[in-house]
Design a protein around this ligand. Structure first.
Ligand code: PBG
Length: 325
């Protein structure tokens, strides 16, 4: 019974599930999602990652298997990360065609063809013994331009292995242009680049270090972005577009939805966001304590990331979500 004269009653559009579904502005589909996956060199069984419940370091066979499952569930793609057996100062396993990441890319591409997008993380941190995303100069600083030369070789190796999309995540200046040129000069003009444009120096990558077993000497503050900055992300995004990026990415996702919204409004290419390992770990830890409803939280976070402007989401929940949670 209305006792007040209210011409506007927003609650009318919330009266029933069909009404709410009809007026919903945002949706998350399996085809929006990319599943990050880890493949471990010479592994004979999967190794669980304790800080990322349900996520494992795959064997090659298991990597192929999970990729087929992702394809069958309608997931858009898989983003591969390699866990090499040995590391060195130059990260040489990254450019070796027999290095684990390139071997993994080849195996997945052979199995799925063009029915699933096969993506490679293009960064040195999994392959260097010091854990940095680039090589170091004589003073121990990350050497931007020397790293670019290795990224160019890495790009060609990943393209030759069959990657459809490369994800440069090292935050070196000029990396997109150098990678684009290397791809084009080697006949791989059809390989797309998803640039990690706005990648912040975040505490939320903690569990990922366990996942790739990398121990970092120092921190990444000289190349990843300072969490205090917002406008800088637009600069990074525009530079990547100018250099030929096909897609841009913001990372992490949830603490940076303002940045994601800015970048999505400014970009003329599709924008992705990465719900990183620590974002997942927070959900899992709270859910394990019974403090939050795990599935609602997964749905809500993925929806929020899309609502903020991402058209693509990288999430460890991709397969589970695509199967209907
Ligand atoms: C770099 C890379 C990292 C992540 C994706 N690519 C680690 C880092 O920059 O420190 C983190 C992803 C996650 O935390 O889920 N190769």
């Amino acid at each position: 019974m209305s006792t007040h004269d209210l011409p506007h009653r927003p609650r009318r559009l919330r009266t029933s599930p069909v009404m709410r579904n009809m007026v919903a502005e945002t949706s998350v589909a399996p085809s929006d999602l990319i599943l990050p996956v880890f493949v471990r060199e010479n592994a004979t069984e999967n190794t669980p990652i304790s800080s990322m419940p349900g996520v494992v370091q795959h064997t090659l066979d298991s990597l192929v298997d999970v990729s087929k499952q992702a394809r069958d569930a309608g997931v858009a793609g898989v983003m591969l990360f390699g866990v090499p057996e040995t590391r060195d100062a130059q990260g040489s396993g990254s450019i070796d065609p027999d290095g684990i990441l390139n071997v993994g890319l080849r195996a997945v591409r052979d199995a799925v063809g063009d029915d699933l997008l096969v993506m490679g993380d293009l960064c040195l941190d999994e392959f260097t013994d010091h854990g940095h995303c680039g090589v170091l100069d004589a003073q121990g600083r990350v050497d931007n331009d020397a790293t670019l030369d290795i990224y160019a070789q890495m790009a060609v190796a990943q393209a030759q292995a069959g990657a459809h999309v490369l994800g440069p995540s090292g935050m070196m200046d000029g990396q997109i242009g150098v990678i684009r040129a290397a791809l084009d000069l080697s006949g791989h003009d059809d390989v797309a680049v998803m640039a990690y444009s706005a990648k912040y120096a975040s505490a939320a990558y903690g569990p990922f270090r366990e996942a790739v077993q990398s121990s970092l000497q120092g921190d990444r503050a000289t190349y990843q972005q300072d969490p205090r900055n917002r406008t800088e992300s637009l600069r990074e995004a525009m530079l990547d577009e100018e250099q030929g990026a096909d897609m841009l990415m913001v990372k992490p996702a949830l603490p940076y939805l303002d940045v994601l919204s800015d970048v999505a409004q400014a970009a003329t290419v599709p924008v992705a966001a990465y719900q990183v390992s620590g974002e997942m770990a927070m959900i899992e830890a709270a859910a394990a304590n019974g403090w939050i409803d795990r599935e609602r939280m997964i749905r809500e976070t993925l929806t929020s990331i899309k609502r903020a402007g991402a058209s693509i989401v990288l999430t460890y929940y991709a397969l589970e979500f695509a199967r209907g949670l």
